[in-house]
Design a protein around this ligand. Structure first.
Ligand code: FNR
Length: 190
């Protein structure tokens, strides 16, 4: 079987290290996973006034989440929290009230920073948000990536062996987690 994974890159930067990380993760993922990026760049700022008639950008985002078996967030940490562009996209996906697209979706959270804590505080914020949205999260392994540019080639290939095996292990565990949650969500399963 194959499983469709919608992934968010939480950075709009043209030189994003998290985009590099996302490319590396996709290349190292088990072959049963298929990845589609869910773009956040062109979303307006969410406003409840849109709930009565969601604009196309909001509908497209929700359909992309709804049609994914699992969601992966690859994001920087901004000022010890979630970048605004990503939080805005999550707010869009959570609404209108009563149609939260993240409910019961298996999620993974990973991120890279040049600093030592490797997005740990952003990930902690994300866990609160995703818990409120009833999205199951891969709890272990955690992945706080201290980004060393020398470990990545131009197309996201990982040249450092220990980084490569860690990222591969993360994606194997993420895949197994997605499959467990889908089984648990299946009709008739308690
Ligand atoms: C940062 N950066 C940062 N790094 C970190 O480890 N913790 C933080 O709280 C912040 N805060 C922060 C705020 C803002 C507004 C910017 C622009 C940057 C540095 C950040 O990790 C670095 O710029 C990364 O390169 C961002 O990831 P992308 O955009 O390259 O994927």
């Amino acid at each position: 079987a194959t499983y469709t994974i919608g992934y968010f890159v939480g950075s709009l930067s043209s030189t994003s290290i998290n985009r590099t990380l996302s490319t590396a993760l996709i290349a190292l993922a088990p072959e049963e996973l298929e990845f589609t990026e869910i773009p956040i760049r062109n979303l307006p700022l969410y406003n409840p006034d849109f709930d009565a008639d969601f604009p196309p950008a909001g509908r497209t985002l929700k359909e992309a989440i709804d049609s994914s078996d699992g969601i992966l967030f690859v994001s920087p940490e901004y000022n010890r929290s979630i970048p605004g562009a990503l939080k805005n996209a999550i707010d869009w996906g959570s609404r209108p009230w009563g149609s939260n697209s993240f409910a019961r979706k298996p999620t993974g959270i990973i991120g890279a920073s040049p600093g030592g804590i490797g997005t740990a505080v952003m990930q902690s914020s994300m866990r609160s948000v995703l818990s409120f949205l009833d999205a199951p999260q891969l709890n272990s392994p955690e992945a706080y990536i201290h980004f060393d540019a020398a470990a990545y080639g131009p197309n996201g290939e990982v040249t450092d062996e220990s980084t490569r095996s860690f990222l591969r292990h993360y994606m194997e565990e993420y895949s197994a987690f997605v499959q467990r949650v889908l089984t648990a969500n299946a009709p008739g399963h308690i």
